[in-house]
Design a protein around this ligand. Structure first.
Ligand code: NDP
Length: 448
């Protein structure tokens, strides 16, 4: 689909000229704009209020130097970012990513997506994202701590429990959040819920670690059950072997599926008898090692170098949980040829536009990231509530709230898709439902 609405086309073309080298950001904006055409036509007040022009400009983008000393005594310098995209419905909220591929385009695409995702959760959270091109892989704990402390030395003046509340993302797990939180506490001299994903017992919420993966499966299960199916007996492929992937495997297995493949950025494992998650947790969570070690413990499994081959494995359900654009058109076609019924996105923007079009043309059920992976930030929102109230909920309470939020998100997507004249198109539904609340808040608040 191309942009036919004059207003959206004008805004997009201007953005494409100003941000010509920000390809991930432009990809994310174009996908959202295509969905919003009927909405913008129905609501002339959005053009009158310059909503789209404002929506694509971050309220603030901070870029800073992060110097730190490595174990050999050498000074290293990385680049830090925090993109505070939109605070119309609440404090900025979104993770921090530490990965060599991080640049302004990646930060802006993630921050932009976060606006709609956070809106979909029904909780009062604006959109933001941050991170650095620092690679924690292969670094000692001391080096990671030195980097995190230096990163926070700048970031702390821009965030706060009512201003901006970062969390984890690729390369930022419990260890990194701990070092970041410790340094914030020292600098600000306060113990507040300024980061989420904290350790349980130090302000963290139960189930936050599992929330994105569990939430993804709750959402996928809604899609399946409303289409007369379920996870029971399904063969599932899940890419990645990080936080999202591991807990997606756990929940999919609990719901009766057989997960046969996972990967890291080096290659993928295939275990026709079903992945033994304890082994993966030991490799990735405890030893921070490579996924290929799985076949040393389970000789019935195979390891293949390179990641894209994972999508050639026959499956009923595919849950991409690694990174952006990991499923291209060829991978989508391979999945379709093998009879995939549902693709549900755990990672952010893991399917290219061509891949999404291929799934939709083939009638494959498709759960878009900003709805399907919203369980993580939703539970971060629940962590913020618990921090503010200074009380803690049981795992059962948090899990029940997460489950309820994912069901509500699914229903919001279905209803909004229907209203936009695209019944069953959850990608359109997620964009429209997420957008309307933010746009109306922006109109209400005037030109800010
Ligand atoms: P982790 O760092 O815990 O895990 C990332 C996983 O993806 C690792 O297995 C990593 O392999 C793999 N990976 C990273 N880059 C690539 C690549 N270029 N090609 C192939 N594999 C790659 O991150 P998360 O699990 O937290 O995040 C995964 C995705 O989910 C991201 O898109 C993130 O934005 C999204 N997400 C995360 C949320 C959360 O709560 N954590 C919430 C919502 C979305 P390796 O170890 O080799 O690097």
């Amino acid at each position: 689909m191309a942009l036919t609405n004059d207003y959206l086309k004008r805004v997009y073309d201007g953005l494409a000229e100003r941000c010509a080298n920000e390809k991930e950001f432009l990809q994310a904006v174009e996908e959202v704009f295509e969905s919003l055409q009927p909405v913008v036509e129905k609501h002339p007040e959005y053009e009158a209020n310059g909503i789209m022009e404002r929506l694509v400009e971050p309220e603030r983008a901070i870029i800073f130097r992060v110097p730190w000393v490595d174990d050999s005594g050498k000074v290293q310098v990385n680049r830090g970012y925090r993109v505070q995209f939109n605070s119309a419905i609440g404090p900025y909220k979104g993770g921090l990513r530490f990965h060599p591929s991080v640049n302004l385009s990646v930060m802006k695409f993630l921050g932009f997506e976060q606006i709609f995702k956070n809106s979909l959760t029904g909780l009062p959270m604006g959109g933001g994202k941050g991170g650095s091109d620092f690679d924690p892989k292969g670094k000692s704990d001391r080096e990671v701590m030195a980097f995190c402390q230096s990163f926070m030395n700048e970031l702390y003046r821009h965030i706060g429990p009512d201003t901006d509340v970062p969390a984890g993302d690729i390369g930022v797990g419990a260890r990194e959040v701990g070092y970041l939180f410790g340094q914030y506490k020292r600098l600000a001299n306060e113990f507040t819920g300024v980061l989420t994903g904290k350790k349980v017992g130090s302000g963290g919420s139960l189930v936050r670690t599992q929330a994105t993966g569990y939430g993804l499966c709750y959402y996928a299960n809604e899609v399946l059950t409303h289409n007369g199916s379920s996870f029971e007996g399904k063969t599932v492929v899940i890419s990645g072997s990080g936080n999202v992937a591991i807990y997606a495997v756990e929940k999919a297995q609990e719901l009766g599926a057989k997960v046969v493949a996972m990967c890291d950025s080096s290659g993928y494992i295939y275990d026709p008898d079903g992945i033994k998650l304890d082994t993966v947790k030991d490799i990735k969570e405890v030893r921070r090692a490579r996924i290929k070690e799985y076949v040393d413990v389970h000789p019935g499994a195979t390891y293949t170098e390179g990641c894209s081959g994972i999508w050639t494995i026959k499956c009923d359900v595919a849950l991409p949980c690694a990174t952006q654009n990991e499923i291209n058109e060829d991978s989508a076609k391979a999945l379709i040829a093998n009879g995939v019924q549902l693709v549900c996105e755990g990672a952010n923007m893991p399917s290219t536009p061509e891949a999404i079009a291929a799934f939709q043309d083939a009638g494959v059920l498709f759960g878009p990231a900003k709805a399907a992976n919203a369980g993580g930030v939703a539970t971060s929102g629940l962590e913020m509530t618990q921090n503010s109230e200074r009380i803690y909920w049981s795992a059962e309470e948090v899990d029940a709230k997460l489950h309820g939020i994912m069901k509500n998100i699914y229903k919001a997507c279905v209803d909004a898709a229907e209203e936009a004249g695209k019944p069953g198109n959850l990608a359109v539904g997620a964009n429209v439902a997420g957008f309307l609340k933010v746009a109306d808040a922006m109109v209400w608040q005037g030109t800010v």
